[in-house]
Design a protein around this ligand. Structure first.
Ligand code: HEC
Length: 202
């Protein structure tokens, strides 16, 4: 008897869930537990009797500045400000920032530019002539200042796409710092290595 009652109740609920009264093609089904699907709120462009102009969307207070488009330090965010590239990396260069840059470079750049930055990553190998990542040891790229390199990875250049949204501002600056390390190491001579460490260098 108890079982029969349970089955009946379950069946009744199951029936209501999908097709309550008034549920047709254009009306939502009856929700037993609406959770947060139905809320007392206005959606954009809705009408409201609360305001004389009957619009629920209100204009921002005069003088409001959009947080999305305001950067206290434009140079830090864009790599250039007032039409000039930032000359020098604003992030302090130390072991923490370089290790961070190395990690991010290996994740985001090495698939194309390889871990030494010479441009021999797997993507270029598979893509063939149509998509060849640059060798970042080229003199013209070494000669670009930090802000320009930062701006290249933020906004992309020619066939390379932008990485602004994948890599934070701070991480992009540390990537540039680490790229400088790779460039320095690439052109390095044995005389650059402290004498006591030379034996370990191949
Ligand atoms: C999906 C592949 C890809 C990834 C990932 C990638 N690049 Fe590139 N990059 C390219 C290609 C391709 C070019 C050559 C663009 C051209 O010359 O048209 C290039 C060019 C460059 C240049 C030289 C632009 C110039 O001045 O001519 C720099 C600097 C550079 N990349 C840095 C980076 C850094 C740093 C990262 C990691 C944040 C990165 N790239 C990630 C494909 C990639």
């Amino acid at each position: 008897m108890r079982l029969a009652t349970t089955i009946l109740i379950v069946a009744a609920f199951a029936g209501m869930a999908g097709c309550g009264p008034g549920a047709g093609k254009d009306t939502p089904p009856l929700w037993i537990l609406p959770d947060m699907k139905i809320q007392e709120k206005y959606k954009p462009q809705q009408e409201s009797p609360l305001f004389p102009d009957r619009s629920a969307s209100r204009r921002p207070v005069v003088g409001t500045v959009s947080r999305e488009n305001y950067f206290a330090d434009e140079g830090y965010h864009f790599g250039h400000s007032g039409g000039q590239y930032v000359g020098k990396n604003p992030v302090e260069i130390n072991e923490i920032t370089l290790r961070n840059g190395q990690k991010k470079f290996n994740v985001y750049c090495s698939p194309c530019h390889d871990r030494t930055a010479s441009g021999g990553g797997i993507v270029g190998k598979r893509a063939g002539a149509v998509f060849q990542p640059a060798n970042l040891h080229k003199q013209e790229i070494r000669d670009r200042n930090d802000g320009e390199l930062y701006s290249i990875i933020s906004d992309g250049r020619r066939i390379m796409s932008a990485y602004r949204n994948q890599i934070s501002d701070y991480d992009r600056w540390t990537v540039i710092a680490y790229l400088r390390v790779l460039q320095r190491a690439n052109g390095g001579k044995i005389d650059d290595v402290p004498e006591n460490l030379r034996a370990g260098v191949r």
